[in-house]
Design a binder for this molecule. Sequence first.
Ligand SMILES: NC(=O)c1ccc[n+]([C@@H]2O[C@H](COP(=O)([O-])OP(=O)(O)OC[C@H]3O[C@@H](n4cnc5c(N)ncnc54)[C@H](OP(=O)(O)O)[C@@H]3O)[C@@H](O)[C@H]2O)c1
Length: 153
Amino acid sequence: MSESRFDDQLEAMVRARDDGLIGGVGLSNVSLHQLRRALASTEVVCVQNSYSVGARSSAPVLAECARHGIPFVPWAPLGSRGTLDARPIRRVAARHGATAAQVALAWLLAQGPNVLLIPGTASRAHLAENLAAGQLTLTGPDLAELDTVPTGS
Ligand SMILES: NC(=O)c1ccc[n+]([C@@H]2O[C@H](COP(=O)([O-])OP(=O)(O)OC[C@H]3O[C@@H](n4cnc5c(N)ncnc54)[C@H](OP(=O)(O)O)[C@@H]3O)[C@@H](O)[C@H]2O)c1
């Protein structure tokens, strides 16, 4: 997206917020440059980018959010097809008696207190499993092993 188009969209959101039409300005699928550009002119209440143990290209955006205390909401938190089959995830899951999905979600929660999860599911069993991921605490060695998961974008 061009800078002027981004600026136009941001300006429209700022106007909508100032007019009381929305509660705050949230950004999605932004680069670090775009986030910084937005922060230079307004408050940002949350950022939603794709991010998971197998797709870490938004790590600099997450770090910038953490620096500013901005909630970061990763979409596709379970990664793309095949992510949950990655051997390091399977090994860590086996050590904890957890599922691969729980490990993927616990990894995200371990990235910082500003990470909020919205895993999508149409299954009650998966909902219960995903909620229980909040009880799973990964160790330093677990996190180091998960750093060997092949990453895409
Ligand atoms: N800002 C954006 O550009 C953007 C883009 C995409 C999505 N989103 C948002 O992100 C949120 C999450 O959606 P998402 O598309 O990213 O999906 P997701 O949460 O990454 O994954 C959903 C898929 O994972 C499966 N799943 C969920 N829990 C599971 C578990 N414990 N074990 C195995 N499979 C499991 C679901 O199948 P079951 O139904 O069978 O559980 C579903 O097929 C939504 O609110 C969506 O609107 C935002």
